[in-house]
Design a protein around this ligand. Structure first.
Ligand SMILES: [Zn+2]
Length: 215
């Protein structure tokens, strides 16, 4: 299936699309040879959040650890370098780091270092990702007037639950990213998105006003 085309940027919905933007950002797949999803975007949207992309990669990498080749590459080839280079990121991490216990994808309790992810970081990155993937899957641009709310989840959501089993599931680079989404039939601007990285870091995005009717 050919990906849908658009002359207008599918992220901001207004400027001409002159580039192809990766959703989710390609920095999250460091060291993995894989086919990533791109969508038509303007240069402003494409380049506008590269600093947030890099910060988010660091936070995700820190939380998922280095147990698998993919997550180890994410840290060694990406996140660790960012931490050394970015003073602001380092200061924020040191100020908020704490140890937490959480349940991983295999149901085992693991210990992780958690840091507070600034809300603006994941809001910016996953609003862009959600608008991009919405277009990728529906061929329609989510209107700029429709809001996208992003919230990180603590622990692994119960994906065998009835509501979440109804969502379409997609994977990028195997374990690296699994995402699920559902779009309300009668209200196509209402949708719910669940992103999981390396089976450990989960984040949810909802679009439209009354998101409770999305499922
Ligand atoms: Zn744009």
């Amino acid at each position: 299936m050919q990906p849908p085309k658009s002359a207008v940027c599918v992220i901001c919905g207004c400027r001409p699309a002159t580039t192809q933007d990766h959703v989710p950002p390609k920095g999250l797949f460091k060291g993995l040879a894989t086919q990533l999803i791109t969508v038509p975007a303007c240069a402003t949207c494409n380049n506008g959040s590269s600093s947030e992309d890099e910060d988010l990669r660091f936070y995700i990498s820190m939380q998922v650890g280095k147990q698998t080749p993919g997550s180890a590459a994410l840290w060694d080839q990406g996140a660790h370098k960012s931490l050394k280079r970015k003073t602001r990121l380092r200061t924020s991490v040191i100020a908020t780091a704490r140890e937490i216990r959480l349940t991983d994808a295999r149901g085992e309790c693991v210990s992780r270092l958690a840091v507070e992810v600034p809300a603006q970081t994941y809001q910016t990155v996953f609003e862009r990702t959600t608008r991009g993937l919405y277009f990728h899957h529906t061929g329609k641009i989510l209107p700029p007037s429709v809001s996208v709310e992003v919230a990180p989840l603590e622990g692994v959501p119960d994906v065998s639950s009835e509501e979440l089993r109804l969502l379409q599931q997609h994977a990028i680079a195997g374990e690296a990213c699994v995402y699920r989404f559902g779009i309300a039939e009668e209200q196509p601007e209402s949708s719910l998105w669940l992103y999981g990285f390396y089976g450990t870091f989960w984040i949810m995005a909802t679009t439209g006003d009354d998101t409770n009717t999305a499922l």
